[in-house]
Write a protein that binds this ligand. Structure first.
Ligand SMILES: [Fe+2]
Ligand SMILES: [Fe+2]
Length: 218
């Protein structure tokens, strides 16, 4: 978990600035003390394509809202184990795909385009591991048992904290340097990742070492 950020205040959160998703990065001033460099992979958007390409940040934030809603629905089913289990199986799979897709596409882009983003990335990968730990705890328990719910609660707590940090720090840092075209390119890759791992197929759910991850993706 991350200590309070000295770089950004709560007023920098994406939720406080919804226009960040609709305007170019040049409208955003760099954080004090933060050096940014231009994205490596800026490209022209495809021409003649009438289907709007997804913005990776829009896709990530939509997932976050879905997670919050689904956890609420899940805990409203405390007295109905079967209904709760159905919700949790889908939610747990989606949490893993989301974390893995971010690790495959969003965090490498953050590392490679935002100077000094190593620590916040390590923190995010550590958070993903805490969410995975909660999922594994529930999976090891009898469905509907106190231990099963405790694992779900662990995952929810870790997820709540992580989403807040991602939205307050990581996403605004990325938006300061990423063009709309780059965000759309990543959005297409992010969606492709989901298509390649339906229901979490092919994903191990195992922890990633934050230091090794940053070393491999910088
Ligand atoms: Fe996320
Ligand atoms: Fe994340």
């Amino acid at each position: 978990m991350r200590a309070t950020s000295a770089r950004l205040t709560g007023g920098d959160a994406v939720a406080d600035h919804p226009h960040l998703l609709h305007e170019g990065p040049t409208l955003l001033a760099p954080s004090p003390g933060r050096v940014t460099r231009p994205p490596r992979r800026l490209r022209e958007p495809p021409r003649g394509n009438s289907v709007p390409m997804p913005d990776v940040i829009r896709l990530i934030l939509d997932d976050h809202e879905n997670f919050r809603t689904r956890f609420e629905e899940l805990f409203a089913q405390r007295g109905n184990t079967q209904a709760a289990n159905e919700i949790w199986l889908g939610l747990a799979a989606r949490l893993e795909i989301h974390a893995s897709a971010e690790e495959a596409h969003f965090y490498p882009a953050l590392l490679q385009n935002v100077e000094g983003s190593e620590d916040e990335t390590k923190d995010a990968i550590g958070d993903h591991d805490e969410i995975r730990e909660g999922i594994r705890r529930s999976e090891a328990a009898e469905v509907g048992s106190d231990e099963w719910w405790a694992g779900i609660q662990d995952a929810r707590d870790a997820n709540d904290e992580h989403l807040a940090e991602e939205e307050r720090d990581d996403i605004p840092d990325f938006l300061r340097v990423a063009s709309v075209e780059f965000r759309q390119e990543l959005g297409a890759r992010y969606e492709q990742y989901f298509a390649e791992h339906p229901g979490g197929r092919g994903l191990s759910g195992e922890d990633k070492d934050p230091d090794a991850y940053v070393e491999a993706n910088s």
